[in-house]
Ligand binder design. Sequence first.
Ligand code: FPP
Length: 242
Amino acid sequence: MINKTDNLNNNNNQNVPNHIAIIMDGNGRWANQRNIPRSLGHRAGVEALKNIVKKSADIGIKYLTLFAFSTENWNRPEKEVSALMKLLKEFLKKESIRLHKNGVKITVIGDITLFSDELINQITKVEEMTKMNKKLTLSIALNYGGRNEITRAVKKIIENNYKVEDIDEHIINQNLDTKGIPDPDLLIRTSGEYRLSNFLLWQCAYTEFWFTDILWPDFTPMDLENAIKGYQNRERRFGSVK
Ligand code: FPP
């Protein structure tokens, strides 16, 4: 008997996306609906995230990129920002060992120089510990903004004295935070918002988008399967004709 997971398994050649990017939106509204603090919405969001990482590894997705903290999120009330930082530290401390055992490589994209030394050290350690893992690359976007990333890439290119005639898309790719990570095949955004919100602007040139009204804490592995099935029904032409 073939179960749903087998149906979607990469090994069965079912066109499972290689790279999924997710904008995990709706934690605040989920909390508001329950009259509980927004921080508890984010906490519930982390639980959803853990289930989605596990499911992604199980079905053979090779890259998963999650938008956890944007360059704009600093504008939120200080209490909420510190709750998010606390959750992040907890996640890195508690989950990284388990993820490491399961072959997950953890990387961070974004400009982390603004974070505390403690958090930067924690991130560096986790990246170092998991760098040889091959099952799934989990990229966590922290203080990430697509425009900020492209701006930093331009600065790096100038600092490295590239010749104008040598600059091409490959060089730009090599100087982005996502260096070595293929472009997303599928981008999911939850909570009924239909925007990219400065996420992976360069990388999403040919990405398929999947929007759902489900709030992130309610997003289950079954919903991920549905998004993937939707993706599998799309015809990707990359600008050419069929
Ligand atoms: C959007 O919901 C979500 C965020 C700004 C943060 C996402 C973070 C997590 C799921 C947890 C932290 C991540 C890790 C990796 C531990 P929102 O607050 O904008 O929701 P709203 O639009 O309903 O207000």
